[in-house]
Design a protein around this ligand. Structure first.
Ligand SMILES: [Zn+2]
Length: 236
């Protein structure tokens, strides 16, 4: 009876080990994923800066175009003016507009240089990202294979576990599962001389005798609560 339960526990422990194995992502993949994330963060930040600067440059260019239009129109109006005074007013406007246009041009020049730098930085990051992609995809492919293989092993272990559990009396299985949860995965332990094989406490003689006697029901360690198993007796 406990032999069967031990078969259940063997599967449970292997299933626990599979969970640990699943979580153990290869270090080079972890590093490459981090590299990709950092690249993307930098790319996002640079792209946002570039877009904001582009918008500023475009806005300045729109303003410049409008000022040039107004300069031209003031110049034409000056030529068509009815009096020297009116002509002087238009010429004055023309001068104001062209001065303002010049100021904007001077302001926009360093912005365009900065924009060029940002465009280059974005391109460089995009290239680095593109270069990394095939390597990462290849490693992700291998990682999926690794996880699929673990899933397959898990599937067959779970089936074996269910089959073995089906032959263990329900109350015993329930006790085992409860102890296992409380005791880091191990609910059933062998006797180790006169001691509990789980917590190593020396067992009182009556507990030991009861545990050694076949068919005397479930005996649990008074210290850790694990179910005690006299393996040699069970096998006999
Ligand atoms: Zn114990």
């Amino acid at each position: 009876m406990l032999e069967r339960l031990n078969q259940v526990q063997e599967r449970d422990l292997k299933l626990d080990a599979l969970d640990a194995e699943r979580a153990d992502v290869p270090a080079d993949l972890v590093a490459l994923r981090r590299e990709r994330t950092e690249l993307e963060e930098r790319l996002d930040a640079r792209t946002a800066e570039r877009d904001a600067l582009r918008a500023r440059v475009r806005e300045a260019e729109r303003e410049l175009a409008a000022l040039r239009e107004r300069t031209k129109s003031a110049s034409e109006s000056a030529l068509r003016a009815d009096s020297p005074k009116e002509a002087a007013q238009y010429q004055n406007q023309e001068l104001q507009f062209s001065t303002r246009a010049q100021e904007i041009e001077e302001d926009v020049l360093p912005l365009m240089e900065e924009l060029e730098g940002l465009e280059a930085a974005v391109t460089e990051l995009e290239e680095a990202s593109a270069e990394l992609t095939p390597r990462l995809e290849e490693m992700e492919g291998r990682e999926r294979e690794r996880l699929d293989e673990i899933d397959r092993r898990e599937g067959s272990l779970a089936a074996e576990r269910e089959a073995a559990a089906g032959e263990v009396p329900k109350p015993l299985l329930a006790q085992y599962e409860q102890v296992r949860r409380a005791r880091r995965g191990v609910g059933l332990v062998e006797l180790s001389g006169g001691s509990c094989g789980g917590c190593a406490v020396k067992l009182p003689i009556h507990v030991l005798q009861k545990a050694k006697r076949a068919g005397s029901g479930v005996v649990r360690c008074p210290n850790c609560g694990r179910i005690l198993w006299n393996r040699s007796e069970d096998a006999a």
